[in-house]
Design a binder for this molecule. Sequence first.
Ligand SMILES: Nc1nc2c(ncn2[C@@H]2O[C@H](COP(=O)(O)OP(=O)(O)OP(=O)(O)O)[C@@H](O)[C@H]2O)c(=O)[nH]1
Ligand SMILES: [Mg+2]
Length: 304
Amino acid sequence: MSEPVSKGNTAAFVAIVGRPSAGKSTLMNALCGEKVAIVSSVPQTTRNRIRGIVNRDGGQLVFIDTPGFHDSTRTFNRHMRGLIEESIRDSEVLLYVVDGSRPPGDEELSLIELVGKHANLPRVVALNKIDTASAKRLDQMRILLSQRLPDVPVFEISARKPEGLEALVTELLRVSPEGEPVYPEDFYTDQPPEFRVSEIIREKALTGLREELPHSIYVRVDDMEVRELDSGGQQLWIRAFILVERNSQQGMIVGAGGQGIKRIRQSAQKEIASLFPYRIHLDLRVKVDPNWRRNDRLLDRLVH
Ligand SMILES: Nc1nc2c(ncn2[C@@H]2O[C@H](COP(=O)(O)OP(=O)(O)OP(=O)(O)O)[C@@H](O)[C@H]2O)c(=O)[nH]1
Ligand SMILES: [Mg+2]
């Protein structure tokens, strides 16, 4: 464990909640200065509680990124909603990310209600996407937030640009309780390597997909080992599978003449190479498993 930076430091777990695609993972990555969580234009990209760590002179913030809150009773969604509630329970601060570019709708109102219920925690709103949101839409959101969550400060930001993030971090540190850092100061995430690799592959597989298919994908890393190369140097050898629910989906991932899977493999390999000090060999295959989503054991593995 590292020593605290100075006396009177603050430290907090900060749960990030918001609708699917509000920009929660983009925000966490921008705050951490590293890509900790994968991002895509497909709603419900994040499926797990992912921690990202921010260290400042004033203290440490451990963000817990959560799946987008979705009103639905399907097993998978119920499971993800459970993760959100668990994350809030485990946190000292609640950060609510609102997409300023979309009309609020019922989903946003459910979230406002959820955030309203947790008045026992310091809460902060990040009104996101001010780079693209129209003035009218932003006004509508400002009014709604001031009416429904009058005690919660609102910070207007762009996670993508990025803009307005330091003021947000300062406020989060200000409302955090006093405490010692939980993680060493050079840490920005605590995810196991296999999980990071599977997430990178899933992000690359999501790119260019539409409709139901993104939710039908699960990536499993079966094997990861460092091998000595005859030519000298070391190689990280990875075997991974993209699991889909139906035969037709397998074809969509593989693509004509294998071009789809080749693109996924190449772009994933490149990003994985930026994380490890080895040359990367990625053996990537697509398999049909109609039951992965209903399988409780798999869901359990998705949690951690
Ligand atoms: N214009 C704009 N786009 C943004 C901003 N922040 C995020 N996005 C985009 O919004 C989309 C969703 O971003 P994510 O970070 O994956 O959203 P999320 O809230 O984590 O989504 P889930 O994991 O699905 O709940 C991506 O296409 C991002 O590039 C922003 O500040 N401005
Ligand atoms: Mg996300």
